[in-house]
Every structure is written in structure tokens, then in C-alpha cells.
Design a protein around this ligand. Structure first.
Ligand code: NDP
Length: 290
């Protein structure tokens, strides 16, 4: 076919979904995984099994990496570093922006190019053009390979700095993990009161659905440095989050999460923000706790 060959290294749930998406779209796919058996089903579907990491790198100019983190990437590629010359490594392994930058420098030192990525969907979202992945790194490499990468998900190129894709990914993840923990807390509270997750689902969904309005309302004010107490006051919020904490404590469920929220509000009160909006907590959160 006219499509460029691709290599996928790392066949966890994500790498498998990616290799499958390439196969489904008619790409010639070479795969490698530390635990070789994870490639079996893909080989049955037409993928080529590389006998070594070197072989996997040699098979295609474009190499997609889907490993647990950059330490795994390093331990795998270091012994095969000579084979990196002329390769474009699309590293879709998650890690910090700093690790991503160091990884990009290391690949460049070995004559390759790294495009960093942050996948925003679970494996079930791979192959869907409505899903998207953040990319960063050399624009020319991104543009050259964009059509192939779009076999996986839509693309959102953030810029040349290799850390940007990881940064945008982490911005999403800090919200994802804390939001989902807030949901588990709500379910624990419901459970203590004889309610199931299904019972509270409509209310939980409605509550989450109101969030975009809050995000855009406060984004404008925060960027303008406005934390006025005209709409909400931290002192009101303080009373509210204490009610939340006590409701959870009374129900006999774990209180680590609501207690952490109360602690942040307390620090805001101490810093003199009682009459300001609770958005003033952002100013506290811009620095490590004293
Ligand atoms: P897994 O952690 O399940 O897959 C890990 C892969 O890395 C496996 O192929 C594993 O090999 C390999 N690996 C781990 N450590 C080493 C090592 N030291 N040497 C060689 N190979 C190693 O992750 P997923 O497939 O779920 O995800 C891959 C990446 O995608 C992660 O960075 C994840 O954060 C990211 N991601 C995942 C999402 C998801 O929903 N799954 C969503 C968005 C991003 P082996 O099979 O031999 O163990």
C-alpha cells in the first residue's frame, strides 16, 4: 500500500489498541513487546513480530512507543540506541514534562527525533477520530506523520517544546483523578446511607454537567486577577466544606478527601481571604504550602 510502515513497541491495553487501529486501516505493522505472547493476537491479524527491539526499530521510520513510563522506555531503548538514527519516535508513554524533555534530548543525541504525545482516551477510544491526543516536538516531523497518527485519534499539536504534550496531558489528569475521587467519595457517602451508585447517578451527572459554566466564569476572573466576593465568599465556602466534612464523618466513611479540602479553605481564611471569592485559593495553590 501507499501507507508508510509503522512499528508499535509496547503492547499493553493501549499499545494493542493502537496496533489494531493501524492494522484495521491497512498499515503494515511491526510489533514488539517484552512479554512476547501479548503480540500473538496481533500477529494473527497480520502484524509482523520483530525478534528484538533493534529489529522493531529497523522495520519502520515511524515508531510508536506505548510503555508504562519513560523509565521503561529508557531501559528498553538504551541497549538498542544505535538503531535510533533516522527514526521518528512517537512516544505516547505518560510521564512528567521534565522526563519527556530529557527523553527528547536523549533521542536527538542518538540521531532520532521524538514526538511526545499524551493520549486523552482509554484504549476503547483508539481508532475514533473524535478522540484526541496532544502532541509536541518538531513541527516538521509532526506534520510529516500527522496522517498516519490520525489513524489512532485526532491530533492536537501544542508546539515545539517536547514537554507541552505531557503538560497538557497532566493538566487534564490532575482534574480527572481528583474529580473521580470526588465521585467515589459521593458514592461512599450514598452507600453509608443505603443508596447505590445507580441511585445517585442522575444527581451526580447533573452536578458534573454544571462544571463547564463554573470553569469559564472563573477563568475570566482569575486571568484578570479578580477574586472579589460579589458572587461567593470564602467564609461561606468554609462553612459549606465543613458541612461536607461533618456529613461524611457522621456517615462513618473515610474523610481524607473532604478534610484536605477543608484544610485548603482554612489556609485561605488564615491568609485573609474570608471576604474574597474561593477562587482566591488559586493564589495559594500557585506556591508550595509554607
Ligand atoms: P501498561 O502499563 O499496561 O503497558 C505497559 C507496557 O509497557 C507493556 O507492554 C509492558 O510490557 C511495557 N513495559 C513496562 N515496563 C517495561 C520495562 N521495564 N521494559 C520493557 N517493557 C516494559 O499501560 P497501557 O497499555 O495501559 O498504557 C500505555 C501508556 O499509555 C501509559 O503510559 C499510560 O499512562 C498511557 N495511557 C493509558 C491509558 C489507558 O487507559 N490505558 C489512557 C491514556 C494514556 P509487558 O507486557 O512485558 O509487561
Amino acid at each position: 500500500s501507499s501507507k508508510q510502515p509503522v512499528t508499535v513497541i509496547g503492547l499493553g491495553p493501549m499499545g494493542q489498541a493502537m496496533a489494531r487501529a493501524f492494522l484495521d486501516k491497512g498499515y503494515r505493522v511491526t510489533v514488539w513487546n517484552r512479554t512476547a505472547s501479548r503480540a500473538d493476537a496481533l500477529v494473527e491479524q497480520g502484524a509482523v513480530r520483530a525478534g528484538s527491539v533493534e529489529e522493531a526499530l529497523a522495520a519502520s521510520e515511524l515508531v510508536v512507543l506505548s510503555l508504562t513510563d519513560y523509565d521503561a522506555v529508557h531501559s528498553l531503548l538504551e541497549p538498542a540506541a544505535r538503531a535510533l538514527t533516522g527514526r521518528v519516535l512517537v512516544n505516547l508513554s505518560s510521564d512528567t514534562p521534565e522526563k519527556t524533555r530529557a527523553g527528547a534530548r536523549w533521542v536527538a543525541e542518538h540521531g532520532g527525533v521524538q514526538l511526545s504525545g499524551g493520549v486523552t482516551v482509554p484504549p476503547s477510544g483508539i481508532g475514533n477520530p473524535k478522540s484526541y491526543t496532544f502532541y509536541s516536538g518538531p513541527r516538521s516531523a509532526f506534520e510529516a506523520h500527522r496522517p498516519t497518527l490520525e489513524a489512532l485519534t485526532g491530533t492536537d499539536y501544542r508546539g515545539e517544546d517536547p514537554g507541552l504534550a505531557a503538560l497538557f496531558y497532566q493538566i487534564g489528569m490532575v482534574m480527572f483523578w481528583t474529580s473521580m475521587l470526588s465521585y467515589w467519595q459521593a458514592i461512599a457517602l450514598a452507600d453509608a446511607n443505603g443508596l447505590t451508585a445507580a441511585d445517585v447517578l442522575p444527581h451526580a451527572t447533573e452536578t458534573m454537567a454544571t462544571m463547564p459554566n463554573f470553569l469559564s466564569f472563573y477563568a475570566q476572573r482569575i486571568d484578570a486577577g479578580e477574586h472579589g466576593g460579589d458572587v461567593d465568599r470564602l467564609a461561606m465556602g468554609m462553612a459549606s466544606v465543613e458541612h461536607v466534612l461533618h456529613t461524611n464523618a457522621d456517615a462513618g466513611v473515610d474523610t481524607a478527601l473532604p478534610a484536605a479540602v477543608v484544610e485548603l479553605f482554612r489556609r485561605g481564611m488564615k491568609a485573609g481571604h474570608a471576604a474574597d471569592s474561593f477562587s482566591s485559593l488559586v493564589e495559594l495553590m500557585k506556591k508550595p504550602a509554607a
